[in-house]
Design a protein around this ligand. Sequence first.
Ligand code: MN
Length: 239
Amino acid sequence: MSDMTRRELVGRVAVAAAGAATALAGAAPARAEAGGGAFTLPALPYAEDALEPSIDAMTMGIHHGKHHAAYVSKLNDAIAQAPSLKGRSIEEILRNINDVPEAVRASVRNNGGGHANHTLFWTVLKKGGAQPAGSFAKAIDAAFGSLDALKKSLTDAGMTRFGSGWSWLCVGGDKKLGVESSPNQDSPLMEGRTPILGIDVWEHAYYLKYQNRRNEYLAAIFNVIDWEAVGKNYEKAAG
Ligand code: MN
């Protein structure tokens, strides 16, 4: 092989590798970008109308493209004022929320929580849903008695959350499953627990279709919960 050919080949391999790196970065945009500290809005993993009729396309489009996008934008504004946070993942930042400089702590709590919560939310929904299996299914039975009992617990947590917030299935420090709710965009990460399923009970998540009927929204959302994806989150958090 001539030197010229070898140099050309090496150049092409480098270009291909750079392309692959770009594609990978695009696939995991929820993490802090290397060096930049800027967060980006992850693409929805399905079309805006994929979860019809449980979640209507207009709600999905506005929820993701306007609400979640605004959290990302305001989070980046806050991070720009707190250089010590640059390059850290949002999970790491929220787990150590009290270390965030006080001047931007409220903004990071609200907008960083909003970014992390919605990033999880999109990935635990799926057209047609999916059932829990394996060790996750056993853990549900051990902790709640049955999947139906877990759904009731999540629904109760969402219904009794006054105002805006979330209903959560979490893995605690003891690796056990638990249901809780949080106000606003607070994340269980701030309390040392790992959320593996989040259900958004802000009015913006359901008002266009269900108006004041949060109970109907909560009943419908279980048609599209991807318990298989939640199970993978469980393995990661409890394994
Ligand atoms: Mn929301």
